[in-house]
Design a protein around this ligand. Structure first.
Ligand code: CA2
Length: 150
């Protein structure tokens, strides 16, 4: 069965516990359930993960790229959180692995502090979903399906 990866970076385990005015009230477990509903509808297995470690995100992107090359994965929805704005290693992992990546942010980073306006992921992403709250996650899975069909 084809897998879709949804990879979440640092502090997203805190979703729903603090800063609801920015990130809403849903928890990461709620987000996983909404992704599972769409994955089931699309006939995909779901690899939904969160880590606070940059290297672990790199490992998972490489894993997704290998699975995609083997025809076993459709791509990655990546909310790299703060590493979006700092990590050359993530950009290198995306390019080096060939993983198809949809960059996702819950908040509209362009309405926030200027340090959030730059992304190392955007130039190597297939597409970007920003500012739709956690509703962006199922949208991003549907975007992966659309890209896969095109
Ligand atoms: O809007 C997004 O999805 C972000 O990727 C979230 C990151 C932030 O650094 C990016 O600029 C934009 C922060 C994730 C931390 O999430 C928390 C959620 C609830 C409480 C505290 C942190």
């Amino acid at each position: 069965m084809t897998s879709a990866y949804v990879l979440n970076g640092p502090n997203l385990n805190l979703l729903g516990t603090r800063e609801p005015e920015i990130y809403g009230e849903k928890t990461l477990a709620d987000v996983e359930r909404s992704c599972l509903d769409v994955a089931n509808e699309l006939g995909w297995a779901l690899q939904f993960r969160q880590t606070n470690r940059e290297g672990e995100l790199v490992d998972w992107i490489q894993e997704a790229g290998r699975a995609q090359s083997a025809g076993e994965a459709v791509g990655v929805v990546l909310n790299a959180a703060a590493y979006t704005h700092t990590s050359v290693a993530l950009q290198d992992a995306i390019v080096g692995s060939g993983a198809r990546v949809i960059e996702l942010h819950i908040s509209n980073v362009h309405r926030r502090e200027s340090f959030r306006h730059h992304s190392y992921v955007s130039p190597v992403a297939a597409g970007i979903i920003i500012g739709f709250g956690v509703a962006g996650y199922p949208l991003a899975l549907r975007a992966l399906a659309a890209l896969d069909a095109s």
